[in-house]
Design a protein around this ligand. Structure first.
Ligand code: SF4
Length: 299
């Protein structure tokens, strides 16, 4: 597979990056190299994807990103872009080295194991549909659209938006170690979070049963079994600090509107917190949440 010589070689000084780069602050210029190749590089994508740890093969448009010789490199079927370089000569030298490497790789394809895994970003518009679209900024992004764009690129954690419901399934990666503590491999499991919720609900039913017994005991004049309350272990149920704040106010009888006012967050965000709290505690209403929170010393 003959890739070079390349054509349309351009050295671009990226104004946008210059304003952000460390080099710019120190007064030096930074350069990018862009060039076309005569041969379609697509057959090499699975091999680059397999060989470079940081490589990502994007499905749309098809291109692979990776770090080669310390420089960020984007290979499209017929175009290559790499940056940053201190001067033109280094950019040209890099381009020669890259072409040489790719030609060598093409010749070794029979000996290598390809990786066909591609990163397919979800459409931003589809992600936007599942967000509350209040632009409340709690996720650290200026708008829901910006957060959706970051999610689409895999640059944001969905958990940062309190308005997103819990996922139905979660993926967990467990490490497998040998006797000396060396990492041998990993096991990838999909966890059905609806089962976790039903377990929490069963716990809740058990607690309610205990409460019913307690109330019955008080009704017949027995001393309240204080030991029962003491023996109940405290649990946090994975609530975030903000959810605990909301739960405290909820247990004091505040409405969503009042909580919104007291915590300076939107009513929609309060509603999202309340839904998350119910899901995590496995309860169906505010009274159950308040009782469980008190019993389990969450608040
Ligand atoms: S936290 Fe959620 S609702 Fe608020 S701006 Fe971010 S994505 Fe939008």
């Amino acid at each position: 597979m003959k890739i070079g010589p390349y054509s349309d070689f351009q050295i671009r000084i990226p104004d946008f990056f210059q304003h952000r780069s460390h080099q710019y602050e120190s007064g030096a210029e930074v350069w990018m190299a862009a060039f076309r190749v005569a041969t379609d590089l697509t057959p090499l994508f699975p091999f680059v994807n397999a060989l470079f740890e940081e490589a990502v093969w994007y499905a749309r448009p098809s291109h692979v990103r990776f770090i080669f010789k310390g420089r960020r490199c984007f290979i499209h079927p017929r175009n290559v872009l790499a940056f940053f370089f201190e001067d033109r000569d280094r950019a040209l030298e890099y381009a020669d080295g890259l072409i040489e490497y790719l030609e060598d790789l093409a010749g070794r394809r029979d000996e290598l194991w390809p990786n066909y895994e591609q990163f397919k970003p979800l459409p931003i518009i589809d992600l936007l549909k599942i967000l509350p679209r209040t632009n409340c900024r709690e996720c650290g992004h200026a708008t829901c659209m910006a957060f959706a764009a970051a999610l689409s690129q895999g640059r944001a954690d969905p958990g940062r938006c309190p308005g997103l419901d819990r996922p139905l399934f979660e993926r967990a990666v467990y490490p497998v170690y040998d006797r000396d503590g060396n990492l041998l491999s990993t096991i990838d499991l999909e966890i059905d979070t609806s089962k976790i919720r039903s377990d929490l609900r069963r716990q809740q039913e058990y607690i309610e049963g205990l409460e019913a017994q307690l109330v019955e005991g008080e009704a017949v004049g027995e001393a309240a079994p204080e030991a029962t309350a003491v023996e109940e272990p405290s649990m946090d149920y994975g609530l975030t600090g903000r959810e605990i704040e909301v739960l405290k106010l909820l247990a004091e009888g505040c409405t969503n509107q009042e909580i919104s006012h007291l915590l300076s967050i939107s009513p929609h965000t309060v509603k999202s917190h309340v839904i998350h709290i119910f899901n995590k505690l496995g309860v169906n209403d505010r009274t159950q949440a308040a009782v469980l929170a008190t019993r389990r010393r969450i608040i």
